[in-house]
Design a protein around this ligand. Structure first.
Ligand code: PBG
Length: 391
């Protein structure tokens, strides 16, 4: 008998073989695109710390939503940036405010085929940047904030949100929002609860994205990085309060928490690949230090492998475009991420069929970031994506 007896490498020899035995796959429907819409913009505005991501105008938001639909994404998550702010975050509760107005517009445009989700939090709307209102002692007032969340949830549901996503980490927020939705006749609107959301430095670029007014941090309400068991408690509480889906955030540095949450949750579990995770990949890729497409794909596969049902990621549309490209070019595309030449386009993966699929990339404008830094040797038997498309 030859040595070694066990040869796992047999199953890795060809791209086709690896595809056959892949334990985790990505699909456009697993991806949720977070988007920012800023009141008063006539053109999309770049976010310098998130190259390739923009603050949308109300009209470019609709274009992004249509693209997300045409690419077969699972959903879109809306964040609104108001023109004026106050201590209560009133613009977030105003049915005519930027977020609620945008929910209506997006829902009307793509709502048949794409799940329209809204961030339910006050931080974009308060002049102090906190996720709730401040009491006399200068602390975020949990219970006073809950009343506003309840109202905000109802306004968002009335505006057409398919899912509301409370991200403020107030105790009891899921229960209060559920009750308010039910009383207002929105029994059918699910809650995606940011259940285990950590006070994280990885949100840095998001602060620029939403023009955050925060000075200081959110450590009094978001979770503390060292804690693992406590995350289970947060998830259990949200499930008990009626969460229809739960989320772990950030994703990459918290894959243990994600895996734990999946093991105790009987509802879908989302993970949020946040702004800092995006920015780090972009920065390294722009320097030619990593292969952008390989790392983006690997980062998302890792989050799915840890158990996430779906992933919120700023890469959602771009990755969905890659997945489509690979389906089209199966067996013919080059190893360096180039386009397959002549394969016919498959039908659009979603819904109405009314909008033709975009023929090719680019999905969105990119900056100077080198798309394919030559950090890895050419090997024609492998795909950049490291995994196959699914049909
Ligand atoms: C709060 C909220 C934040 C993010 C999503 N919702 C910021 C925070 O909690 O400080 C961060 C998302 C990201 O960094 O991509 N409404």
């Amino acid at each position: 008998m030859s040595f070694p007896e066990q040869r796992p490498r047999r199953m890795r020899r060809s791209r086709a073989m690896r595809r056959l035995v892949a334990e985790t796959r990505l699909h456009p429907a697993d991806l949720i695109l977070p988007v920012f819409v800023r009141e008063g913009l006539t053109e999309p505005a770049p976010i310098s710390s998130m190259p390739g991501v923009v603050q949308h105008s109300e009209s470019s938001l609709l274009t992004a939503a249509e693209e997300a639909r045409d690419l077969g994404l699972g959903g879109i998550m809306l964040f609104g940036i108001p023109a004026t702010r106050d201590p209560q975050g009133s613009a977030g509760l105003d049915p005519e405010g930027i977020l609620n107005r945008s929910i209506r517009a997006v829902k009307e445009r793509v709502g048949e085929d794409l799940v329209v989700m809204s961030d339910l939090c006050l931080d974009e709307f308060t002049d102090h940047g906190h996720c709730g209102v401040i009491d006399e002692d200068g602390e975020v007032d949990n219970d006073a904030t809950l009343e506003l969340y309840a109202e905000m949830g109802v306004v968002q549901a009335a505006s057409g949100a398919d899912v509301v996503a409370p991200s403020g980490m107030m105790d009891g927020q899921v229960a209060v929002i559920r009750q308010a939705l039910d009383e207002a006749g929105h029994q059918h609107v699910p809650i995606l609860a940011y259940a285990a959301k950590y006070a994280s430095g990885f949100y840095g670029p998001f602060r620029e994205a939403v023009d955050s007014q925060l000075s200081g941090d959110r450590k009094q309400y978001q979770m503390d990085a060292p804690n693992r068991t406590e995350a289970l408690r947060e998830v259990e509480l949200d499930l008990a309060e009626g969460a229809d889906m739960v989320m772990v955030k950030p994703a990459s540095a918290y894959l243990d928490i994600l895996s734990d949450a999946v093991s105790i949750s009987d509802v879908p579990v989302s993970a949020y690949q946040v702004s800092g995770e995006y920015a780090m990949i972009e920065a390294a890729a722009a320097n030619g230090w990593i292969n952008r497409r390989t790392v983006v794909t690997e980062s998302l596969i890792a989050i799915r492998r840890a158990g996430a049902t779906n992933v919120l990621t700023y890469y959602a549309s771009e990755v969905a475009g890659w997945l489509r490209e690979e389906m089209q070019g199966s067996g013919t595309r080059s190893a360096d991420g180039g386009h397959a030449s002549s394969a016919p386009a498959p039908p659009a993966p979603t819904g109405s069929g009314a909008s033709p699929a975009p023929a090719q990339e680019p999905i969105k404008p990119r900056t100077a970031a080198a798309p394919d830094a030559p950090t890895e040797p050419h090997d024609p038997s492998r795909t950049d994506a490291g995994f196959p498309p699914v049909s």
